[in-house]
Design a protein around this ligand. Structure first.
Ligand code: ATP
Ligand code: MG
Length: 294
């Protein structure tokens, strides 16, 4: 694992993913830039079809980008072969799916489900059982060890899924809408558990979510628009009121290494910008005007 806290654990530069279906090409990622520091917990939000799952699948080694650079720790994910990708998924990445049923084997107990990835990785039974109990305890399920998935609530199943994802001590935990099938109270509990696990295990965590309230539980929210990281929402301490730890969030637009930035769709629509705009440099800021008529 990248131990230097100043070196990003994940580094993506100008990432493209083009899906080809018969004669049709879909550009799912178009020049995505993103860096994530070791132990950081971030959320990715964005409209349906903006490329969130595509990005997560590439990070998990399920899919390969079409172009660009993507590094996770020492690995270059553009060049890993199938065998390396399998090993990476087993030992270095944990994945939690939205569909609770997809995360668990239905005929195994919670404890056996968490043991499974450790069996595949070749760990001995004594260690497996100890680690499974520790993880199920960390997600608040030490009283549910011998329950099967159909004897657990949706929120409990997702907690088991998180324990499974962490079984092999991955450096990276990815969750694609892990709270999508849960009510908002249970969803908040899951987000708090993820944050707590990051504090215990220092796992780098990326959560894709539609949950508006997520910024309270993560270090940073990255807004993806049309296959690019377009803006970031971060919590800032309010310096005007010393000691006040209440969350004040601030949204920043991202400017990539070529100076490109993306105006939100509603700004473009409201100003009726069509193809061209005028930039005026002021002393310490820039103003964007729609192209004036005539
Ligand atoms: N396997 C595939 N083959 C062809 N096109 C695909 C494939 N997977 C995704 N796409 C397309 O790529 C784009 C991005 O899809 P993606 O699933 O990453 O979006 P998303 O942000 O996760 O959306 P949602 O919030 O609905 O889950 C969409 O236009 C989608 O139709
Ligand atoms: Mg998706």
């Amino acid at each position: 694992m990248a131990t230097n806290p100043k070196t990003p654990y994940i580094s993506c530069l100008d990432l493209f993913k083009i899906y080809k279906a018969q004669d049709l090409e879909v550009v799912a990622l178009r020049g995505l830039d993103l860096e994530v520091m070791p132990g950081e917990i971030i959320a990715i939000v964005g409209a349906s079809g903006s490329g969130k799952s595509t990005f997560l699948n590439i990070l998990a080694g399920y899919d390969k980008p079409s172009a660009g650079e993507i590094r996770v720790g020492e690995r270059n994910l553009l060049h890993i072969n199938t065998k390396e990708a399998e090993d990476y998924r087993l030992r270095n990445v944990g994945f939690v799916w939205q569909q609770t049923a997809r995360n668990l084997v239905p005929y195994l107990t919670a404890l056996e489900n968490v043991e499974l990835p450790m069996i595949l990785a070749g760990f001995k039974a004594k260690y497996r059982i100890e680690r499974s109990k520790e993880l199920l305890d960390a997600v608040g399920l030490s009283h549910r060890l011998n329950h099967k998935p159909n004897q657990l609530s949706g929120g409990e199943q997702q907690r088991v899924a998180i324990a499974i994802a962490l079984a092999n001590e991955p450096e990276l935990l990815l969750a694609d809408e892990p709270t999508g099938e849960l009510d908002s109270e249970t969803a908040n509990e899951i987000l708090d558990i993820l944050k707590n696990l990051r504090d215990i295990y220092h796992t780098t965590i990326i959560i894709v979510t539609h949950d508006e309230a997520v910024s309270a539980s993560v270090d940073r929210v990255v807004v993806v628009r049309d296959g690019r990281a377009s803006a970031e929402i971060v919590s800032l301490p309010d310096f005007r009121r010393p000691g006040d730890m209440s969350n004040r969030t601030s949204e920043f637009i991202l400017v990539d290494s070529s100076g490109r930035l993306q105006l939100p769709r509603e700004y473009v629509d409201n100003l009726r910008i069509k193809g061209r705009a005028r930039l005026v440099m002021e002393e310490d800021h820039v103003v964007v005007y729609p192209e004036s008529e005539g």
